[in-house]
Design a protein around this ligand. Structure first.
Ligand code: SF4
Length: 124
């Protein structure tokens, strides 16, 4: 079958002949996916490289229901509290200079660390 001395180029060439499918080198795929991820990062809320979660849209029905606001300082109801100090929050990364993290009430999304919602619950 595959000779241990077979180099990378001949391996992909052989694989293409066997399967009848053009095989794209991993380096090309990495470049393609990296470009797509960078374009999404520039938009700010779409998934980034590595399958990062999108940012919650403040106009999302659940977000509206819990009065989610991206800047806690703009809500008197927040009383200085924000996602970073909430027990439902887990930091995941920093995007465009802003900390983001997951929140148990927004499955599959991330929230801004400086956001707040009416479900805020003091971190233990
Ligand atoms: S529940 Fe907590 S972490 Fe989630 S959006 Fe509200 S304040 Fe932020």
């Amino acid at each position: 079958m595959i000779d241990n001395k077979m180099n990378r180029r001949s391996f992909f060439s052989t694989l293409a002949k066997i399967t009848g499918v053009a095989v794209v080198a991993p380096a090309v795929l990495t470049t393609v996916f990296s470009s797509a991820a960078n374009a999404q990062k520039k938009r700010g809320s779409a998934p980034a490289a590595g399958g990062a979660l999108p940012l919650i849209d403040p106009n999302d029905s659940v977000a509206k229901a819990v009065k989610y606001i991206e800047d806690y300082k703009k809500s008197p109801e927040a009383k200085g509290n924000h996602c970073i100090t909430c027990g439902f929050y887990t930091k995941t990364e920093v995007r465009a200079g802003k900390e983001v993290g997951t929140c148990t009430i927004f499955a599959g999304k991330v929230v801004l660390g400086d956001a707040w919602c009416a479900s805020w619950n003091k971190r233990a």
